[in-house]
Ligand binder design. Sequence first.
Ligand SMILES: [Zn+2]
Ligand SMILES: [Zn+2]
Length: 292
Amino acid sequence: MRTYFICPAPPCPNGKLHLGHIGGVYLPADIFVRFQRMAGHRAYYITGSDEHGTYTLETARKLGRSFSEVAEGYVHKILECLRAVQITPDVFVRTSSAIHKGNALAIFRELQAAGYVDVRQGVQLYCEHCDEFAADSLATGRCPACSSPCDSNLCENCGLALQHDTIRDARHVTCGCNLVLRPITQAVFDMPRLAHSLHEAIGESVWPEPIRAKARAWLLREVRGLPMTRHFRHGVEVKQPDSLIGQTLLTWFEGLWCFDTGIREQCARRRSGRKRGVARPEHRDSFLHGAG
Ligand SMILES: [Zn+2]
Ligand SMILES: [Zn+2]
């Protein structure tokens, strides 16, 4: 008997799910879970909601409502959409839940202690008109590599992870004004330190060659290291060192640990079920509550 954790990417609570979400992501994952169970294996469906994205803030500003109210409302709508097509995750991790925030911060601290996190001088886009820092989708511009329209996080056309000082014609989505660069102190993941091991892992993976080539190209490009924190109010707050207080973890790093939070939760339930001699409730919807 094998154990599978099937972890489709958590949606951002800035709208309902549409057919593309269901057909492209959540239904294929559900079919795989059901198939493995029918074949006699253990299979757990783990997903959640990615609640610290700037998309939710954009929607909240458009609707004139609070961030947590919008996130809360759409999380319930997302769960309703999944239930409507009879998809019931074993664990649904809200990234705003205390359990996930604690887990993501513990992993960040572990990396800090192991020397993978540098604290460096960097820059972040800033709107002088609104007097606030811009993050992710709150800034738009053109990609330095392919000139396509992009946000300040990722170029959807060529897949480049963007550094704020390389984006051309950066503007604030909220007001349309040009953005400037402000110096900040930020945590940076020391990618070059891990490059050799990652290179070997890519070589040993079962990925198709074009994907391996893409991953190697990303690795070569990230010689400066990847920023891990920034000024944005909604997220997992960094507690130390003092120079990082007031910043939150970037969602590329924080959000992905929702799978780890979910897998830990599932394993803990199985262990406690076994101790008490209670059978695992099959395919039961469960929900780690958000802190708002
Ligand atoms: Zn602005
Ligand atoms: Zn591009």
